[in-house]
Design a binder for this molecule. Structure first.
Ligand SMILES: [Zn+2]
Length: 309
């Protein structure tokens, strides 16, 4: 069965400013990489906009409406915090990023596609229920997980987050929800400061902090040792991956030394768990990754495994 690639040109029009690392060129680099011949087999479609109902399964209505109400004039920006900045195109980009997560979930849960990758921005895993943060406006992975449960009757969804930063937002959204497991490896100490191993939610949160300088072997050991067994034991009906590639050795925002082959290895392990418990269903969402070359190569390695594993 096929792998779906969802994206939308509106995601290029979220422009947080010239010096901002979360820039439109990131998505251009990813899309260029996925234009190579290896990826001719991807089924490509445009990301729809998420609805208020879908977003309000995760965020309070007044938060969603406040974010969508921020529409700066052309060329102007509105900072929500030190590094989360909205431009004229940001609201639609955020709706497309969350909408891609929903549409990917629909396609995979209906059995039309086995896997889906959403090449979208802004990312989502730092967005808390009522607070934008860390380049993120809506918690896209949690929107996908809640949609799988509400619209498709999934009993258990696992959110897998290998972005180098802890997904404080995703964790905050699900830490009292036993139907959703959240498993993350991340550099610690590092932004945003959360993600210690003792943060366990209602027994559904699994954090594996990694020291600055940790390499691919340490990354694989964290997943093999604690995180993957927890995900496997949870027996999820669907895996939602927060696929950030800023744990890569070349990334300028953190100090881990993970490589493309490590991302490919973890992707294959996750596909194996999905096969055992969830008919192979995997939805993957682009999160961080700020060295354009490393981001392009790592995304290609990840999607290649999604297509074949
Ligand atoms: Zn990150």
């Amino acid at each position: 069965m096929s792998t779906l690639l969802l994206t939308h040109r509106a995601c290029l029009l979220h422009e947080p400013g010239e010096e901002h690392p979360e820039c439109p060129d990131r998505l251009r680099a990813v899309l260029k990489a996925l234009d190579q011949e290896d990826f001719a087999g991807l089924i490509r479609d445009e990301a729809p906009q998420a609805t208020l109902e879908q977003l309000c399964r995760v965020h309070p209505r007044n938060y969603v409406e406040a974010i969508l109400g921020i529409r700066p004039a052309a060329g102007e920006t509105v900072p929500l915090d030190g590094d989360t900045i909205m431009s004229q195109g940001s609201a639609e980009a955020a709706l497309r990023a969350a909408g891609a997560a929903v549409a990917a979930t629909d396609a995979v849960m209906r059995g039309e596609m086995r896997r889906a990758f959403c090449a979208t921005r802004p990312p989502g895993h730092h967005a808390e229920p009522s607070r934008p943060m860390g380049f993120c406006l809506f918690a896209n992975a949690v929107v996908a997980a809640r949609h799988a449960i509400a619209a498709h009757g999934a009993a258990r969804v696992a959110i897998i987050d290998f972005d180098v930063h802890h997904g404080n937002g995703s964790q905050a959204c699900v830490e009292r929800d036993p139907a959703i497991l959240y498993a993350s490896s991340h550099q610690w100490p590092c932004y945003p400061g959360t993600g210690e191993a003792r943060e366990k939610g209602v027994g559904n949160i699994f954090n594996a902090p990694l020291s600055p300088g940790a390499d691919g072997a340490a990354f694989r050991a964290a997943w093999s040792g604690t995180l993957l067994p927890a995900v496997d034991a949870f027996a999820p009906d669907l895996l939602v991956i927060s696929a950030g590639f800023d744990a890569h050795a070349r990334d300028p925002l953190a100090q881990l030394r993970v490589r493309e082959a490590d991302f490919a290895w973890l992707t294959a392990e996750l596909c194996g768990i999905a096969e055992r418990h969830g008919r192979g269903r995997v939805v993957s969402l682009l999160e961080g990754g700020y060295d354009l070359e490393a981001l392009a190569h790592s995304t290609a390695a990840h999607v290649r495994v999604l297509m074949r594993a």
